[in-house]
Design a binder for this molecule. Structure first.
Ligand code: DGL
Length: 257
């Protein structure tokens, strides 16, 4: 087996990063992937920085032990805390994701940009620096969503709980014209339609997954380790809960949501 055919490791606290895996697979269908969902420790978004760093490190170590050629941190929360230190520790590419504030501001200069994310992502320096860089170009409004990941992790069949949550969350924005909503947590694209419906205004909704997939492709191309393009790659799903039910849920998220 050549190094190019080694898998790309992708991880998140649970099913969220599958929204990133979909973009990666769409862009690079010939790559092999290992998706690691740290379901046992979800959610990350309400933990301390030290806890999130330790869990992220463990995921990267596990993926590297399995022989991946690159790691995609498919989690805004883990990226905001751990990406810099992890990059300095390992020699393989480590690609992160951040709330898509830049594309939102470029598409809606001077507009109102609502950024939905976990409390950890929104309080950390990485996000505060992002806001500092773009606050002169648009009105950036952070919207922490504690508890939303937990509802999404439950999977299908929790629609009324989800719509109640979203209705309450968006209540304060009834009169303010929002131009764009940034989904700054990789779980949220799984419920993009429900978010659009609950928000009622005709705002654009964007997320960071396409940018992360393009950046992954760029780095692999630059290093000359893209996989040879004659057949679809394999995807292996792993959960830290180590049960078949979780794997089945992950596959359903990949195929249907
Ligand atoms: N999906 C993750 C993110 O992008 C974190 C979810 C969580 O575990 O709180 O932030």
């Amino acid at each position: 087996m050549s190094y190019s055919s080694a898998p790309i490791g992708v991880f998140d606290s649970g099913v969220g990063g599958i929204s990133v895996l979909k973009e990666l697979f769409h862009l690079m269908p010939n790559e092999n992937y290992i998706y690691l969902g740290d379901t046992k420790n979800a959610p990350y978004g309400s933990k301390t920085n030290d806890e999130v760093f330790k869990l992220s490190s463990d995921c990267v170590n596990e993926l590297i032990a399995m022989g991946v050629k690159a790691v995609v941190i498919a989690c805004n929360t883990a990226t905001s805390i751990a990406v810099n230190e992890l990059r300095s520790k390992y020699s393989i590419p480590i690609i992160g994701i951040e709330p898509a504030v830049k594309p939102a501001v470029i598409a809606h200069p001077g507009g109102n940009v609502l950024v939905m994310a976990t409390p950890v992502t929104l309080r950390n320096d990485k996000f505060l620096n992002l806001v500092n860089n773009y606050k002169k170009d648009a009105n950036i409004i952070p919207l922490p969503c504690p508890g939303l990941v937990e509802i999404i992790e439950k999977g299908k069949g929790h629609d009324s709980e989800l719509s109640e949550y979203l209705k309450k969350l968006f209540e304060p924005y009834g009169t303010l014209k929002i131009d764009v909503i940034v989904l700054g947590c990789t779980h949220y694209p799984h419920v993009r339609n429900q978010i659009a419906k609950a928000f009622e205004q005709d705002a654009e909704i964007i997320d960071g997954a396409p940018g992360t997939a393009r950046e992954t492709q760029r780095q692999l191309t630059e290093l000359g380790i893209l996989n040879s393009p004659d057949k679809f790659g394999d995807i292996c799903f792993i959960s830290t809960l180590q049960n078949e039910k979780e794997i089945k849920i992950m596959k359903e998220f990949f195929e249907n949501q």
